[in-house]
Design a protein around this ligand. Structure first.
Ligand SMILES: [Zn+2]
Length: 50
């Protein structure tokens, strides 16, 4: 199992966010808050869902 979450920061400090509504994936340094495609709510994919 690769613990990439806990590894050293890569070249960028971008986090990945995924739209609840349309599934668009956005990479940003801070939470972009809304989907650029549909305006839906984004969730941080690096956060545990549970
Ligand atoms: Zn969307």
């Amino acid at each position: 199992m690769t613990s990439w979450k806990d590894g050293p920061a890569d070249a960028t400090a971008l986090s990945t966010y995924e739209c609840f509504d349309c599934g668009t994936v956005v990479e940003a340094e801070s939470n972009p808050a809304t989907c650029p495609d549909c305006g839906g709510e984004l969730r941080n994919r690096s956060m545990p869902v549970e």
